[in-house]
Design a protein around this ligand. Sequence first.
Ligand code: TRP
Length: 334
Amino acid sequence: MEQQESKQVIFSGIQPSGNLTLGNYLGALKNWVKLQDEYDCYFCIVDLHAITVKQEPKNLRRRTLELLSIYIAAGIDPDRNTLFIQSHVPAHSELGWLLNCNTYMGELGRMTQYKDKSQRYGNHISAGLFNYPVLMAADILLYQADLVPVGVDQKQHLEITRDIAERFNNAYSPTFKIPDPYIPEAGAKIMDLQDPSKKMSKSSDNPNSYILIMDPPEVIRKKISRTVTDSIGIVKYSDDQPGIKNLMTILNVITGKSFEKIEKDYEGQGYAQFKNDVAEAIVSELEPIQKKVNDLISDKTYLENIYKTGAEKANYIANKTLRKVQKKIGFIPR
Ligand code: TRP
């Protein structure tokens, strides 16, 4: 616990709205694990964000606890990090409202994720979906986060967070730390297994497009063997072979083997053995995590203890920021 105060603060979150993919794991979670020594990390399960689109209550409940289990099973130590559920810290909703009153409709209307999603959901777009980035700004600003690890799809939301914070600081007085995006050194972007020009996503209609963190080994093996590749037949890290390139990236991130080494290892061999080895690497990475998730998920008392302790700490920090904001706005202190 030495020098806790001087460590930079990191905030990030994942929605409990679907099953996590290998892309989420290699692109986000696996990197978070590396941050926990150097930073004061808040890892949140953003259930308030999840309900911007319709969620079945029992699925939301199950996925929230499963996501917490996945955080821990992936190696995020609940003693060294603050793991919590967003709705357990009311300050997120409260600051969200206050920031909504300092955000313009025009800025929110320009968010590409909103534009994409509102096209997909047609007439049934909730006001929450529109205001989503403001809640995300509240998440980040409450903890005075220095750095926010996000994928490219969330960069625009981080920019609006900075705009909202700067605007508030200018209108009142310096209140919020202006957060920077955290770009990991080896940013692994895992692509769709059937269409490697797209990012791997759980929202794809074809389950062969993605691998889920909780996919059983035989399913992982089948999906990898069905990965779309090419007719070139040489294992080479090249933009002309996006399917092979993606599998090489997966192997590289999991095993640490360089692309040159991988190319050498499979010289003159075609794709069968290579695909086989990629599948086995994924299985050996995910199998221990799956076992741990299954153990954790049945230990409700342990999980409850973690999320309650996390919420206590998060509430304390978040309320400090919220009180400052309320005072500056002109609300009567309670
Ligand atoms: N919007 C993010 C996503 O869908 C999740 C999220 C919510 C988040 N609040 C956050 C990420 C704060 C980083 C920081 O990926």
